[in-house]
Ligand binder design. Structure first.
Ligand SMILES: [Zn+2]
Length: 481
């Protein structure tokens, strides 16, 4: 019976039992096989993965012990793993899966990856720790050793292809660092939040799956919540599709809404078990770098081309005006996540108005780097200590200046925080505060602790979060740039 099973496998692929006996110690061939994904696909990690093999071969032989052997109708065919062929389940059971959808392999890809990865690691047969010691059963009985295996990631390395695991994110971080080394600093950091309550198609799709039709405009908040809760899987899959479409049909399209994309990286996160959002890093071809050029105007021109914080004219562009007012305006009451230590709003709202976009390079008055060259012969340790001390002094000086600037701008802050007061332009506001534009610009620069961008902003837009008009219109939910 055992031989029969083996014969039905392709010639170059011996069954697992034979393989272990023959190839024990032949590391080179094992390595070859693990590098060939096709072979791995045909040699599933679990021996009993195939429907053609009885779960207990010995029992099978005993049951038919009268010299009668059971010959399966599929004799001569190749047994295949459940996941080796996509939609195998649907093909085997067409009545149960008439559309070919909702088969097991759609949902258990991750477990399949884990099984495959584990089986590859096991067949590689190199139980060696990262510090070169052989992993023995004695080691596994020692609690401290096991803890060490886990801390050094030796115990979880096989999980690398599994999204969401520690090993996966470690590899991802390495990949991202490699991208930064290769491509330089990313040009844009964008955050896209989900807003299923604004997306009729999500609610309608969930209902359509349940065989019902709804009129989105007639639903209240609670009804929408109930529908969304009834099928979070569909809601999440639609979010994924939306992200995919945003990338393919807009950001990477020839329309180039944020310039020619050289490369990108994104990660999906969930706000406290709930709403998903993506953080996206984009590298734009030939983007000017902050502080890199003699002339800041090139960088400023680039920023102004793609990012704005202006409330659109409700008559000229009612659609965008509606989206910006609904999702891009920071609440005057702030939220729980705004407060951080003594800071009332860590996002910096209300933001300072400005005639034109400026780049700030805050430097304390007493910061003098000229003596750096004289000390080049110093031992590096000494130099580092000195630098550290200097860094602290610099920060202290900057903080003092920040405090002064805050005091000087308090009157202006009161004006822009007051919903009952409005100004036609910045000059009018500055006049009220007894400040010249130059003084004001200096104070705003001193508010920043590191190099920053202060966007061109009308006094009425102090609560509007910066955005890219094309992306915001398409995404139709909060966007952070
Ligand atoms: Zn806030």
């Amino acid at each position: 019976m055992l031989t029969l099973t083996c014969d039905s496998l392709p010639d170059d692929l011996p069954c697992d039992e034979e393989h272990t006996q023959q190839d024990n110690g032949d590391a080179s061939e094992q390595a070859d096989q693990s590098q060939n994904p096709e072979k791995d696909e045909l040699r599933p990690g679990l021996v009993l993965d195939s429907c053609m093999q009885p779960p207990d071969i010995a029992q099978e032989v005993l049951s038919y012990g009268n010299g009668i052997f059971s010959v399966a109708p599929a004799q001569g065919n190749k047994p295949v793993g459940f996941f080796a062929i996509s939609k195998l389940e649907a093909m085997a059971f067409p009545v149960q899966f008439p559309t070919g959808q909702n088969t097991l392999d759609e949902f258990v890809t991750e477990s399949h990856m884990a099984t495959n990865s584990m089986s590859i690691q096991m067949r590689k047969g190199k139980p060696i720790t990262s510090d070169g010691r052989k992993i023995s059963s004695k080691m596994l009985q020692d609690k401290q050793e096991v803890e060490k295996l886990i801390t050094n990631k030796d115990a979880t390395r096989f999980m690398q292809p599994l999204r969401g695991t520690l090993a996966y994110w470690e590899k991802t971080l390495k990949d991202l660092n490699a991208m930064v080394r290769q491509l330089g600093k990313p040009t844009f950091f964008l955050t896209f939040s989900a807003a299923e309550m604004r997306w009729p198609e999500v609610i309608e799709a969930v209902k359509a799956q349940q065989g019902e039709q709804v009129d989105f405009s007639q639903l209240d908040w609670n009804a929408k919540c109930d529908i969304l809760r009834s099928n979070p899987v569909t809601v999440m899959r639609l979010f994924e599709k939306r992200v995919d479409t945003l990338m393919t049909n807009l950001i990477l399209s020839p329309a180039q809404p944020i310039g020619e994309v050289e490369d990108y990286f994104y990660r999906v996160e969930f706000q406290a078990r709930g709403s998903p959002h993506i953080h996206l890093l984009v590298w734009i071809k030939d983007a000017p770098e902050f502080g890199d050029l003699q002339d800041d105007s090139v960088v400023i021109k680039f920023i102004d081309q793609y990012i704005t914080c202006q409330m659109p004219d409700p008559n000229a562009d009612p659609e965008l005006h509606k989206i910006v007012s609904e999702v891009q305006v920071h609440s005057r009451n702030h939220s729980k996540s705004c407060r951080k230590g003594n800071v009332l709003c860590r996002f910096g709202f209300p933001k300072p108005p400005m005639e034109k976009t400026i780049l700030t390079y805050p430097t304390p008055d007493d910061d003098d780097d000229s003596d750096d060259d004289d000390n080049q012969q110093q031992v590096s340790g000494q130099k580092n200590r000195r630098k550290g001390k200097k860094g602290k002094q610099r920060n202290r000086a900057l903080r003092i200046r920040q405090k002064e600037a805050k005091d000087k701008l308090q009157t202006l802050r009161n004006y822009i925080s007051d919903p009952n007061v409005s100004f036609n332009n910045l000059s009018e506001l500055l006049e009220k505060c007894n400040l010249t534009y130059e003084e004001y610009k200096k104070h705003v620069t001193n508010l920043t602790m590191s190099n920053a961008i202060v966007l061109k902003r009308h006094p009425k837009d102090c609560w509007v979060n910066g955005y890219n008009p094309d992306l915001l219109r398409a995404w139709n939910a909060a966007l952070c740039t």
